[in-house]
Design a protein around this ligand. Structure first.
Ligand code: CA
Length: 224
């Protein structure tokens, strides 16, 4: 899962980036409207945190532009303190949710989790595949109640597959959603992550669909 933070206040942007990284997301930041517009149009994000007051192009203009262009990425808007008209404009402009400044980081992260969950059609933050459980709140994974320790990239791969468990996910798509933009991306390493995940999970939860990609599959009784 990959999140873009668009915020021109450097300290706040850094705090948001730290919290999102801790939550297990690949994180990128944009500090003005032009940079944000370029990134949203050229990269794949699972959620965007958008401050409305931005240099070069303001947040509301960006949001309207993206929605008009058919970009459906979930957007959480950050509004100024007590500004009800910003909230209304934001929601009318296509925001999926908003948080007013000042906010608790926990609240922003909970709302981001909910946006990502809803956009993938999951009802709970605890996702299950057989006895495999991924808790998006704590970024923890367990199999049959036993915790499984994953690296951040392994977690992102598994999290993305679990959020999109109803379909096959291609290697390219996975690559686009687990790395930040400045990372040296290589779709071959996805295979490496899958191999390691399979080994750590111990049960064949991740199915390879030849020529297409990967899909979560609930192992049949006795196969684990
Ligand atoms: Ca601002």
């Amino acid at each position: 899962m990959r999140v873009l933070i668009i915020e021109d206040e450097v300290v706040l942007a850094r705090q948001l980036a730290n919290a999102a990284t801790k939550s297990g997301y690949a994180v990128e930041c944009a500090e003005d409207g032009e940079q944000a517009d370029f990134l949203v149009n050229s990269e794949q994000y699972d959620a965007v945190i958008l401050d409305l007051g931005l240099p070069k192009i303001d947040g509301l203009t960006l949001l309207r532009r993206w929605r008009e262009a058919g970009i459906a990425t979930p957007v959480l808007v950050l509004t100024a303190r007590g500004s009800w008209h910003e909230k209304v404009q934001g929601i009318d402009g296509g925001a999926d949710d908003y948080v007013s400044k000042p906010f608790r980081m926990e609240e922003v992260m909970a709302r981001i989790r909910a946006l990502i969950r809803r956009s993938s059609g999951s009802a709970h933050s605890e996702m299950k595949c057989g006895n495999l459980v991924l808790d998006a709140r704590s970024s923890r994974v367990s199999v049959a109640g036993v915790p499984v320790k994953l690296t951040s990239h392994e977690f992102r791969v598994l999290s993305y597959l679990m959020h999109h468990h109803q379909r096959v996910v291609s290697r390219t798509e996975l690559t686009e959603h687990i790395y930040a933009q400045d990372f040296d991306r290589d779709s071959n390493t996805v295979e490496v992550f899958i191999t390691r995940l399979r080994r750590k999970l111990g049960t064949p939860f991740i199915e390879t669909v030849r020529g297409l990609g990967y899909r979560m599959s609930e192992p049949s009784e006795g196969s684990g």
